[in-house]
Design a protein around this ligand. Structure first.
Ligand code: UD1
Length: 433
């Protein structure tokens, strides 16, 4: 494998030490979108030609996806922020358990593998810290395209019966607008025989980004970004050179870093429409936000309580619920936050309480009564976005906060402490034994 991995952490059990209470200034730069890059990488399985992706963030999840694709026979080479992926010699349609288990998103390979090889064997990804995360909709859609799918011994085996092994276009109605199912089925349908219509599709920007790549590869995709996506299958796809969109969740986290430290900053690049619900809530809370070409400027003084409910795009994103809760823990008044997407995504509440946040829970709803000052404490990030929430709380807290759980944080934030330190934060990565 010629893949240059992001170096594993050189120190054991690293943690972040954050000296809180500093105002930030200047600019925070946003990397390419993790969730987009992961699925775009899987699209290399759809062609024998080289796929060149630009603006790919240096994250451990990207490394893991590279390893998954390498295990299937793809060549994956990183050159700076570019990834060159070549799937001309796919040697197996069977994905290894360890890799799917460590990176849920690698299950998405089932769609392109089936489209290209007429068969795929991919372990069920299982649940994770935030919930059970089923793949029922993915499987249902593949069946609607003629695949025979069995699940035995924890492995999903999909095969296209008959000669030619080509999937057939079909009509698919998703029971919920699953992002992963929509992406998996788009990649399966793009090489199918005939037209596929996906109803109640996810409308997330990452779905639109995938459609952009598939079109650049010669695919015929219409309607991405709306609830109905129509894909006319083509015989073959070719290579492409494509830039990943900026990471809207990282951008949102940075806006919240500015807000929680009551700072005036610029965040760039940002596509404001990708953050509509988040920007609206920040404005409701009292921030002034102004798009300025490729970025946005934010000025935060007093923060007032706001209510929010997570929803599929264009609603408020579940991935920013925990970071936004950190902000509201410091707001004037009581906010009501409801998590509607994942059943176990409020574990950060207990950690914020350790820092002095006044939060009461009722089912999937948190009542957050703002306090004048959080107080620094040792805390544990329980998943990727919960870890980011802890970092934000640490930036605002009085005294020292130590955040553990960096194995989550490093999956989704590239050089987070370096970026924040350049803007005036005081964060050190240290080892603990
Ligand atoms: C993607 C994102 C993740 C984000 C999530 C929701 C990636 C790599 N990850 O995850 O960061 O938090 O979207 O925006 O892009 N569901 C079912 N049945 C299914 C599939 C999903 O009921 O077959 C439900 C899930 O339990 C959940 C909801 O649909 O309640 C959303 O899940 P989904 O959109 O599939 O999330 P992912 O694609 O896994």
């Amino acid at each position: 494998m010629t893949y240059t991995a992001v170096p594993a952490m050189a120190i054991r059990n690293p943690q972040l030490e954050i000296a809180g209470g500093r105002v930030l200034s200047g600019e925070l730069s946003v990397s390419g979108a993790k969730n987009s890059a992961l699925v775009l990488m899987a699209a290399c399985l759809l062609t024998r030609d080289q796929l060149r992706l630009r603006n790919v963030p240096p994250l451990t999840d990207i490394t893991a996806m590279g390893e998954m694709l390498s295990s299937l026979g793809c060549q994956v080479v990183r050159k700076g922020d570019c990834l060159e992926l070549t799937g001309d010699r796919i040697s197996t349609a069977a994905a290894p358990y360890e890799l799917v288990n460590s990176l849920r998103a690698s299950f998405f390979c089932i769609g392109p593998l089936l489209a290209r090889m007429g068969m795929a064997r991919v372990p069920l990804p299982g649940g994770c810290q935030i919930g059970t995360r089923p793949v029922v909709e993915h499987v249902k859609g593949l069946k609607a395209m003629g695949a025979q799918v069995t699940i035995e011994h924890g492995i999903v085996s999909a095969v296209m019966p008959g000669r030619g092994h080509r999937l057939k276009g079909g009509r698919i109605h998703l029971d919920c607008p699953s992002v992963g199912a929509t992406e998996t089925l788009m990649m399966a349908a793009v090489l199918a025989d005939g037209e596929t219509v996906i109803d109640n599709a996810a409308q997330e920007p990452e779905v639109i980004d995938l459609a952009g790549l598939l079109i650049a590869m010669g695919g015929r995709v219409r309607g991405a970004g709306t609830p109905t996506i129509t894909i006319a299958g083509v015989d073959r796809l070719h290579g492409a050179d494509y830039a990943v969109i900026p990471d809207r969740i990282e951008a949102g986290t940075f806006l919240l870093a500015a807000a929680i430290t009551r700072s005036a900053m610029r965040i760039s690049p940002v596509i404001p429409e990708h953050l509509g619900a988040v920007i609206t809530k920040l404005e409701e809370a009292g921030c002034v936000i102004r798009p300025d070409g490729i970025g946005v400027e934010i000025v935060a003084r007093q923060i007032n309580a706001v209510d929010l409910r997570t929803q599929p795009f264009p609603g408020f994103p579940t991935d920013l619920q925990a970071p936004f809760m950190s902000l509201l823990a410091t707001a004037k008044g009581t906010s009501v936050i409801t998590e509607n997407i994942f059943e176990n995504r409020l574990q950060h509440v207990a950690e914020l309480q350790r820092m002095g946040a006044a939060i009461r829970m009722q089912g999937n709803t948190a009542f957050v009564e703002g306090v004048p000052r959080l107080s620094g404490a040792p805390v544990q990030g329980t998943d990727l976005r919960a870890s980011a929430a802890m970092v934000l709380a640490g930036l605002a807290a009085e005294g020292l906060t130590t955040v553990r759980g960096l194995e989550y944080l490093d999956r989704g934030y590239a050089h987070l402490e370096d970026k924040l330190n350049a803007a005036g934060a005081q964060i050190k990565r240290v080892s603990s034994y």
